[in-house]
Write a protein that binds this ligand. Structure first.
Ligand SMILES: NC(=O)C1=CN([C@@H]2O[C@H](COP(=O)(O)OP(=O)(O)OC[C@H]3O[C@@H](n4cnc5c(N)ncnc54)[C@H](O)[C@@H]3O)[C@@H](O)[C@H]2O)[C@@H](O)CC1
Ligand SMILES: Nc1ncnc2c1ncn2[C@@H]1O[C@H](COP(=O)(O)OP(=O)(O)O)[C@@H](O)[C@H]1O
Ligand SMILES: [K+]
Length: 500
């Protein structure tokens, strides 16, 4: 599913108009698309209120109401704020009337099984005016299922801001593509299950939700005449005498994800712990004062940071590594405010919001509601890939494109899960030809492991070393699906719905 800001939607609209596809036609397409998306959820016995505002979001509601009525559904079209004010919405209301239908009064006592929210769309400016807030409050107190058109009334399109009177939707049908607010906080908590509905415009967005179909399509081929060298040797710079576990978890992530060989550059106390958990890895005694030469020849990729306290020696080591021609993942202790040299091999940064705040000098409170834009701005300015972690992890690329991940759940909110992801990323940068797919698949599969865990276990109980047995299961399902000509195993979100 593609993601569009309000500005991009307006540009798409203007572009369509230049080809003769006018707003009236787009509204017709939106309403018919909404009908096709909603009808499978309805029964002919259901009563449905379509609440339309005065703008084009209301116009979409008018078209939806026409399709519902023409197809024999018990739908009322209601204008609680007054009749439509935009030219196209007014034209569609005339057409609705010419079909022999009339608008219904806003009867606050009448029961409806469903309410379609066509009050405000991406034209919203917050806060909600009092007359609108009164209608959204009414909706929120009803027993009806609520389907929002484009966005639930009360959220803005592009940021995570939400009015206190925002509609709590059960479903949201987003027109043309998803809006950033469906993936930001707190706004996303109002959307319910979210689906993109096409309106006949070609897709041009540089941002999308990375889906199961994308993972299956991009899993690298591993069969045939291969050997351990085929899948690269990775260098993991992680762990310390005080924090050996981080390196062990990252090493498990890397080995289980399919790296050919792994060297762990760590302190001697950590080495003893890691070696018993990951006997497959080899070890290099860590001394940051000694340069590691020819890293680009010896290794396919390097990950630095889990379980290491930042200091000047580490910083100068990182500077040395960044001069070498190999892909680098920087996490935890390796994440700081710094400038990145121009280089051809990619740099992947994996901050959680606290680390991103430190790196970018942005207060943590601002990050949740604007993660896509902020991560993208940082990635473009510094020429790096930013994996901004948390629910709906954002992956922003230096060319301005990006993906959002929707797998994973709160079982991952525990020390160690980020370390495992760093190891998985290291494996993928060593084994994939395409860096965007390498990053996106590691993030998706990491979340899918947690989704698999909560199908059978309590969500509070996941510990990161369980990835050792979760990863084989998830990878097996994905590999089987890939062999089965792209048949999705249903691990996370398919290409159509964001389930919540
Ligand atoms: N490509 C497109 O742009 C298409 C857009 N469509 C629909 O058009 C919608 C956008 O339409 P509009 O630009 O008319 O915007 P809206 O329908 O979101 O409404 C804007 C109107 O609401 C008022 N308003 C905004 N914030 C308010 C507040 N807090 N309290 C009270 N009133 C407020 C504004 O003054 C304006 O009159 C989309 O969300 C989508 O549903 C579809 O018709 C299909 C094509
Ligand atoms: N509620 C959640 N939903 C989805 N993923 C989550 C959630 N909470 C945490 N995660 C994921 O768990 C990982 C935590 O990483 P991080 O904060 O670096 O932890 P650690 O201290 O283990 O390194 C990230 O991949 C993050 O996206
Ligand atoms: K709406």
């Amino acid at each position: 599913m593609q993601i569009y800001t309000s500005k991009e939607i307006k540009e798409a609209d203007a572009n369509a108009a230049s080809f003769g596809m006018d707003t009236f036609t787009l509204m017709e397409n939106a309403g018919s698309g909404l009908y096709r998306a909603l009808a499978p959820l309805l029964s002919k016995r259901d009563t449905i209120a379509v609440l339309s505002g005065k703008g084009n979001n209301g116009g979409d509601g008018i078209v939806l109401a026409r399709y519902l009525k023409l197809n024999g559904y018990k739908a009322d079209l209601i204008f609680p704020l007054g009749p439509p004010q935009t030219k196209e919405a007014a034209q569609h209301f005339s057409y609705f009337q010419s079909c022999g239908f009339e608008a219904a009064p806003f009867d606050r006592e009448k029961h409806y099984d469903w309410i379609a929210d066509g009050l405000l769309g991406v034209g919203t400016r917050l806060p909600l005016r009092d007359d609108l807030a009164e209608v959204t409050d009414w909706i929120n107190t009803r027993k009806a299922k609520v389907a929002a058109i484009d966005v639930p009334t009360g959220v803005a399109g592009d940021t995570g801001d939400a009015d206190p009177h925002t509609i709590h939707a059960d479903y949201t049908f987003s027109l043309h593509g998803l809006k950033p607010s469906s993936l930001l906080f707190p706004s996303s908590t109002y959307f319910g299950e979210t689906k993109a509905v096409g309106i006949g415009l070609p897709h041009t967005s540089k941002w999308k939700v990375w889906s199961e179909e994308d993972v299956i399509r991009s899993l690298p081929e591993r069969s045939g005449n291969v050997h351990k060298g085929t899948f690269g040797t990775g260098l993991l710079v992680a762990g310390s005498d005080d924090m050996p576990g981080s390196a062990a978890l990252a090493a498990i992530g890397a080995m289980r994800m399919g790296i050919g060989k792994l060297s762990v550059f760590t302190e001697s106390g950590a080495r003893n712990v890691i070696a018993t958990l990951v006997p497959e890895a080899t070890y290099l005694k860590r001394d940051f004062s000694k340069r590691l030469n020819d890293l680009g020849q010896k290794f396919a990729g390097v990950a630095i940071g889990p379980g290491i306290e930042p200091d000047e020696q580490l910083e100068s080591f990182i500077h040395g590594v960044l001069k070498e021609p190999l892909p680098v993942v920087l996490d935890a202790g390796a994440l700081h405010k710094r400038a990145y040299p121009k280089r051809t091999a990619p740099v992947v940064l994996t901050p959680h919001p606290g680390e991103f705040s430190r790196m970018a000098g942005i207060p943590t409170g601002q990050i949740a509601s604007d993660r896509l834009r902020l991560a993208s701005a940082y990635a473009q300015e510094h020429g790096v890939i930013v994996v901004l972690k948390g629910q709906y992890t954002v992956m922003a690329f230096p060319d301005g494109s990006g993906y959002v991940n929707t797998t994973g759940n709160s079982s991952l909110a525990k020390g160690g899960s980020g370390d495992t992801l760093t190891g998985m990323l290291l494996a993928n940068i060593c084994t994939y030809a395409n860096i965007k797919e390498a990053v996106a698949n590691a993030v998706y599969i990491h979340g899918a492991c947690a989704d698999l865990w909560i199908r059978e276990n309590g969500s509070a109980t996941l510990t990161a070393h369980e990835f050792s047995r979760l990863l084989p299961k998830v990878m097996h399902q994905l590999e089987t699906a890939a062999k089965d000509a792209g048949k999705a195993p249903g691990l996370g979100n398919g290409d159509r719905f964001i389930k919540r």
